[in-house]
Design a protein around this ligand. Structure first.
Ligand SMILES: Nc1nc2c(ncn2[C@@H]2O[C@H](COP(=O)(O)OP(=O)(O)OP(=O)(O)O)[C@@H](O)[C@H]2O)c(=O)[nH]1
Ligand SMILES: [Mg+2]
Length: 259
């Protein structure tokens, strides 16, 4: 593989839609990529998976075999991925010159917080892995919502210790004014702090002032990728980061050299 992008984020933020749209966008630019579905519990996915974990792992089978409910079965399934690493690696072997887009399970804790996931990411991609954290633009359009997404993003960065990008998806659902406001929070922790303090009256909020100032030092506030996976906008920005990391920007330069 040329490099892999693991798409993660809270439930329903548009991870699978982003995976499908990114592959479609790359296809239009004649850049080879494949999608690996890592969600054994997915009933519907909005793309045709090139490699699908559901070929090896079945949630309903785990539920009946171990007498588990759907959540317990998901936990067993996420750890079972490790038993299928060789099969996954064999399947990936056929795509040497491809970017690999991994779509991860809806429940963020399954992929992002279980030890099996970091083992899998390292085993499959080594140093060629990048994380895309997908945040919902509506949730992120209030100061407290934005802070909650950044804290989650930080916890994911600390789990994987890989280059990561913060994708603000569903930008088609919020106004240009809201997008500008979110960008102002990204570029100025003072602006974020002020709007957070004005959001609701609550003295306990003072606790967060130091967390917000720590954002500035931590590398959590660098760049927002404004995307609408539905309208296929902002994907060039996501690819630019991938290209920069995986090939020092060479692919991206070639793509845009005539512009
Ligand atoms: N308006 C809008 N809707 C979107 C966008 N991206 C995804 N959606 C919608 O959001 C819903 C959830 O999308 P998914 O791609 O399934 O989200 P997900 O994060 O993969 O969901 P889980 O895997 O279940 O956590 C679907 O109805 C999508 O059509 C977007 O950019 N704009
Ligand atoms: Mg999904």
């Amino acid at each position: 593989m040329k490099g892999s992008l693991f798409i993660t984020g809270p439930a329903g933020t548009g991870k699978s839609t982003l995976a499908g749209s990114l592959k479609e966008w790359m296809q239009k630019q004649e850049i080879d990529s494949i999608i690996v579905n890592l969600d054994p519990g997915a009933e519907y996915i909005p793309y045709e998976a090139d490699i699908d974990i559901r070929e090896w792992i079945s949630i309903s089978q785990i539920m009946s075999e171990f007498n588990l409910g759907p959540n317990g079965a998901q936990i067993v399934a996420s750890d079972m991925i490790l038993e299928n690493l060789d099969a996954l690696r064999d399947a990936l072997g056929a795509y040497e010159d491809y970017y690999v887009i991994f779509d991860t399970p809806g429940q963020i804790e399954l992929f992002s917080f279980r030890p099996s996931s970091s083992i899998m990411v390292d085993a499959l991609s080594g140093n060629q892995a990048m994380i895309a954290f997908v945040a919902d633009s509506i949730i992120s359009s209030t100061p407290s919502g934005f802070i909650s997404q950044k804290l989650l993003y930080g916890s994911i960065m600390s789990r994987f210790l890989k280059p990561a990008m913060f994708v603000l998806n569903k930008c088609d659902l919020i106004s240009e004014e809201d997008i500008k406001k979110i960008e102002s929070w990204e570029s100025s922790t003072d602006a974020l702090n002020e709007d957070f303090m004005n959001e609701r009256e609550d003295s306990n909020k003072q606790y967060f002032v130091s967390i917000i100032s720590a954002f500035r030092e931590s590398g959590l506030m660098t760049k927002i990728h404004k995307v609408s996976s539905k309208e296929m906008s902002g994907l060039e920005d996501v690819y630019a980061d991938m290209s920069l990391f995986f090939s020092g920007g060479e692919d991206y330069d070639t793509l845009y050299k005539d512009d």
